[in-house]
Design a protein around this ligand. Structure first.
Ligand SMILES: Cc1ncc(C[n+]2csc(CCOP(=O)(O)OP(=O)(O)O)c2C)c(N)n1
Ligand SMILES: [Mg+2]
Length: 331
């Protein structure tokens, strides 16, 4: 593995306050993740706990490029996007700990919720299925004469589904304001890229659909932001969809039950050096955005907020068993 570490870009479209907010949201995503991992090991978080570590720059940078009328269809490693879209920490903690009365009524702990008040819709577990839904959202808003960009996400594995193809073809033909972020984190469960697809880059497919496509470093928040901003502008100009493939690494197992022993240790060590949060902290200190002491204080406050949210939620009751039958239809 090469040990070279690329420098992060300093985007001219980013102002100081935005840099601070990128850092804030990435730290929130990281600390939420660490809190969920701990709760899982303590037997207090149930179901799948899907680590976002390594994906913070992609989820925060991309969601930050959208405007107040746009919509987000996040996937299972996009907690950063929920924060960018203003989702409340306590609300998320209650949902992820599957407590009664949460957004998913306690029936799920992985963010399969829609919250129209926050313009967040997702995620749909069936890989690929959310892309046509996001495309349909933009089609509906177009028919209503509104200008609304939808952004959704798919993994390298999920990109191999039929719905990916159908949705991107349809969106390209209709020139829909849709942005698809392909989070290429090298693995789909235990399958590496080499047995998933034969094209060089997943964004190469854009040419076949007749839309725009680009592959970028998904660990560089300002690069992700700047690239997505251009895609948003194209979408608003009626130039149709964009596929942005972000190259990242899934730094833990598929979910916390998976020891990911199939990932070579030198590969993980290489990506550890590319950690998007640590590198952006150093970048912000070097660019005098904030001092180390200010960043430490920001992180400490976030950790305290996580503790407070857990304290608030942890003793709440689970839903009654009947909840499992609500919204289930049968004769
Ligand atoms: C259509 C479909 N097939 C299989 C699954 C089971 N499944 C859930 S996540 C996953 C791996 C996804 O890998 P990738 O798309 O690369 O995303 P990552 O988890 O790496 O972020 C699989 C196979 C599913 N949810 N939907
Ligand atoms: Mg993957």
């Amino acid at each position: 593995m090469s040990t070279s570490i690329p420098s992060l870009i300093t985007s001219s479209s980013v102002k100081k306050e935005q840099r601070i907010s990128f850092l804030q949201y990435m730290l929130m995503a990281r600390e939420f993740d660490l809190a969920m991992q701990r709760l899982n090991r303590q037997g207090r978080a149930f179901g799948g706990v899907y680590s976002q570590t390594g994906n913070e720059a992609t989820s925060v940078g991309s969601a930050s490029a959208l405007g107040p009328n746009d919509v987000l269809f996040p996937m299972h490693r996009n907690i950063g996007g929920h924060f960018v879209f203003g989702q409340d920490l306590d609300v998320l903690m209650k949902a992820f700990l599957a407590r009664d009365g949460s957004l998913m009524r306690g029936t799920d702990g992985t963010g399969h919720y829609a919250d129209p008040s926050k313009r967040i819709y997702g995620n749909i577990s069936h890989l690929g299925a959310m892309i046509p839904v996001a495309a349909g959202f933009t089609m509906a808003s177009k028919l209503r004469g509104e200008m609304c960009v939808a952004m959704t996400y798919i993994g390298d594995g999920g990109s191999q589904t039929g719905e990916f193809h159908e949705a991107m073809n349809f969106a390209s033909v209709q020139k829909l304001p849709l942005i698809l972020i392909i989070e290429n984190n090298q693995y789909a469960y235990s399958s590496p890229n080499s047995i998933e697809f034969a094209c060089e880059q997943l964004s190469d497919r854009a040419k076949g659909y007749g839309c725009h496509g680009i592959t970028i470093d998904g660990t560089d928040v300002e690069l992700v932001y700047e690239t997505t901003l251009k895609a948003v502008q194209r979408a608003r100009n009626g130039e149709g969809p964009t596929i942005i493939e972000t190259i990242t690494m899934r730094m833990r197992g598929h979910a916390e039950h998976d020891d990911f022993s199939y990932v070579p240790k030198d590969v993980l060590a290489h990506w550890q050096q590319l950690d998007p949060v640590d590198r952006y902290i150093n970048h912000c200190i070097a660019k005098r955005v904030l001092t180390k002491a200010e960043i430490d204080a920001m992180r400490e406050k976030i950790i305290q907020d996580m503790r407070n949210a857990i304290d608030l939620v942890i003793d709440l009751p689970f839903p009654s068993p009947e909840e499992a039958f609500r919204n289930v239809f049968m004769d």
